[in-house]
Structure formats: structure tokens, C-alpha cells
Design a protein. Structure first.
Length: 144
């Protein structure tokens, strides 16, 4: 990474944290989410979105993941808590291989849904995650 990219990351992280800190504090005051979960969700959205956009654009999802991790590294020191880091989850299927993210934080959707955990929830075990994501990719490929 060059000096220009590092400076851009620092600029983005400082401004993102300044914009989000009061917003997330207000959400925290009105909802049953801790700051660690809220900041972790921000980090998950940055990294997960990078993978998805890369895939939609036909770009290298691994490179997008690495770039998003650098953004995470730049943002973490500005957050009032240390957000949890997600992990990459490659899934092989008949159409090839696709990268997903295992979220660093649980979204707590399981509290309001019939399904126990989201497919990329950190609380889901690797075998069921791989099985469910593979089925999703096979169904998506068949529908296309």
C-alpha cells in the first residue's frame, strides 16, 4: 500500500468515526444494542459490502477483502470500543468458488426470526454455514 492510499484510509476512518460516533451513541441509548455490537456491525458492513461489490463487478473478491481489512484497521483506533473482526469464508460449489464473510458480530436477527442464525453469523458452526451457503449458490445458479 502506498502513502497516498494510507493517507486516504486515515482520512476516511477519522471522518467515518466522527460521523458515526454520535449516531451510534443515540441508537445505543434507545435500543438494546451495545456499542461493541454497533461498531462491529459497521465494520461488518464495510467488509461484507466490499466483497459483494467486487463480485457484482467481476473483480477479485480476495483483493476487495484485503482492501476492506485495511479500512477496518484504519477505523478501529477511532472507535470508542474495539470492533470484532470478521473472517473470510470461501465456499466451493458446482459453479466454482465464491467468497463470503463470516460476520465479526451477531446481528441478533435470530431473536426475531424462526431461523436460528443468519448464514454468515459468527454463532453458526462452519459445517452448517458451508452447507447453507453452498445450497444458496446452487439455487442462485439454477435460477440464473
Amino acid at each position: 500500500m502506498g502513502a497516498d492510499e494510507a493517507a486516504l484510509d486515515a482520512w476516511w476512518a477519522q471522518r467515518t468515526a466522527a460521523a458515526l460516533a454520535p449516531l451510534l451513541a443515540a441508537v445505543r441509548a434507545r435500543a438494546p444494542f451495545g456499542l461493541r455490537n454497533l461498531w462491529g456491525s459497521v465494520a461488518d458492513e464495510v467488509t461484507g459490502t466490499a466483497i459483494r461489490v467486487a463480485q457484482l463487478a467481476g473483480r477479485d473478491a480476495e483483493a476487495a477483502w484485503a482492501r476492506a481489512q485495511r479500512l477496518f484497521d484504519a477505523l478501529a483506533p477511532h472507535a470508542p470500543v474495539t470492533p470484532a473482526r470478521g473472517t473470510p469464508c470461501p465456499v466451493r460449489h458446482p459453479g466454482g468458488r465464491q467468497l463470503f464473510q463470516v460476520r465479526g458480530t451477531c446481528s441478533l436477527y435470530y431473536r426475531s426470526m424462526v431461523e436460528t442464525y443468519c448464514d454468515t453469523c459468527p454463532l453458526r458452526d462452519d459445517d452448517s454455514r458451508q452447507r447453507r451457503l453452498r445450497a444458496y449458490l446452487i439455487e442462485s445458479q439454477a435460477a440464473a
